[in-house]
Design a protein around this ligand. Structure first.
Ligand code: PPE
Length: 304
C-alpha cells in the first residue's frame, strides 16, 4: 500500500505507523462505526482536487445520525481535516478514508460512555477492479448471499458492520474465479455490488436500482446527472437478474470502482461482452469531470 505520510486522529496529525487504537475499541468488537471513501485526483493543470467532498461529509454525518453516533466535530471541520489529510499525505492523488468509531470504554452491546472518535487516512489506490477491468469490463457473479434487508443493515448508512455481508459475497465469487459480486435484495431483485452501485442499459435507456436496499452512491448520483445532461433517459426502477442478463450494457459505479464496465454476469455475456457506447461515453465524461477537464462540473471539485 502506498501510504500517506500522516493520519488525522481526533484533531491532530500522527505518523502513519503510529496511528494505533486500544484493543478494546468498541467498533472493533461489534461493528458500529461509519465511514466514507473519497477520491482525490490529480488534474491536468497539476493541482489536486477532491471529488464531491461536501457530499461525502454530508453522508458521513447522515450515517452517524442513523447509527446514533454524535461526531464531535462540525461538517466544516471534517471537510477541512479531509483536505488537510490529503495535503499532509504527500500524495497528489489517492483515496481518503474518514472513519467515525466508538473508542474504548465499556464493553457489551449498550455502549454508554464510549467516546466517538474520528480518523482520516489517505493512501494511493489505483483501479479498484484492475486497469484491465476498467478498460475492457469485468466478470460478475451473483452471490448466494442477499444484500442486508433495510430493517437489518440500514443501507443508507455506510456502516462498518454492513461490510461483513460485502466481504463474504466478494470472497465467495472471487474464489469461484470472478472479479466482483453482485447481490440481490431479500425480495430477489438486483441490489448492488459488494462495494458498487449498478446500472444497466437497454435500448438506450439507463436503469439503476432505486434507493431501497442500496447505499446512496455519490458516483451513482454523478452518473445520473451526467446522463441527464446528455439527454439519456434514466429510470430508477428495480430489475431482475434475467433482465440484466439480456441488457445491452451494464456497469458498476463507486468511488473506488469509478465507472467499471461489466462484460459478463453468471457466464452470460452482456451485449457484445465488451464496454458499449453508453458506458464508454459516461466513463469518458466521468474521468473528464474528476480530472477537472470538464468545467461544467467544476462545482464538484474541491481544489487543494
Ligand atoms: N454500494 C456499496 C455497498 C458501497 O460500498 C459503495 C462504495 C457504493 C455502493 C458506491 O458509493 P459511492 O462511493 O458513494 O459512489 N464503496 C466504497 C468502498 C470500497 C472499499 O473497498 O473500501 C468506495 O467505493 O469507496
Amino acid at each position: 500500500m502506498d501510504k500517506g505520510k500522516k493520519i488525522w486522529m481526533d484533531g491532530r496529525f500522527v505518523d502513519w505507523d503510529d496511528a494505533n487504537v486500544h484493543i478494546l475499541t468498541h467498533t472493533l468488537h461489534y461493528g458500529l462505526g461509519v465511514f466514507e471513501g473519497i477520491r482525490c485526483y490529480r488534474c491536468e493543470d497539476g493541482r489536486s482536487a477532491i471529488f464531491r467532498l461536501r457530499e461525502h461529509t454530508e453522508r458521513l454525518f447522515a450515517s452517524a445520525h442513523i447509527a446514533l453516533m454524535e461526531i464531535p466535530f462540525t461538517k466544516d471541520e471534517i471537510n477541512e481535516a479531509t483536505a488537510e489529510t490529503m495535503r499532509q499525505s504527500g500524495l497528489k492523488d489517492g483515496y481518503i478514508r474518514p472513519l467515525a468509531y466508538l473508542g474504548a470504554g465499556s464493553m457489551g452491546l449498550f455502549p454508554k460512555n464510549n467516546p466517538v472518535r474520528v480518523a482520516i487516512a489517505a493512501w494511493a489506490w489505483g483501479a479498484y477492479l484492475g486497469e484491465e477491468g476498467l478498460a475492457n469490463g469485468i466478470k460478475v457473479k451473483i452471490s448466494s448471499l442477499c444484500r442486508n434487508h433495510v430493517n437489518s443493515g440500514m443501507s443508507k448508512a455506510k456502516l462498518v458492520g454492513n461490510y461483513v455481508n460485502s466481504i463474504l459475497a466478494k470472497r465467495e465469487v472471487v474464489s469461484a474465479g470472478y472479479d466482483e459480486a453482485l447481490l440481490l435484495d431479500t425480495e430477489g431483485y438486483v441490489s448492488e455490488g459488494s462495494g458498487e452501485n449498478i446500472f444497466m442499459v437497454k435500448d438506450g435507456v439507463l436503469k439503476t436500482t432505486p434507493l431501497t436496499s442500496i447505499l446512496q452512491g455519490i458516483t451513482r448520483d454523478s452518473v445520473m446527472q451526467i446522463a441527464r445532461d446528455k439527454g439519456i433517459e434514466i429510470k430508477e426502477q428495480r430489475f431482475t437478474r434475467d433482465e440484466l442478463y439480456i441488457a445491452d450494457e451494464a456497469f458498476f459505479t463507486g468511488t473506488a470502482a469509478e465507472v467499471t464496465p461489466i462484460s459478463e454476469v453468471d457466464k452470460r455475456k452482456i451485449g457484445k461482452g465488451k464496454p458499449g457506447p453508453v458506458t464508454k461515453e459516461i466513463q469518458n465524461i466521468f474521468f473528464d469531470v474528476v480530472k477537472g477537464r470538464n468545467k461544467d462540473y467544476n462545482k464538484w471539485l474541491w481544489y487543494l
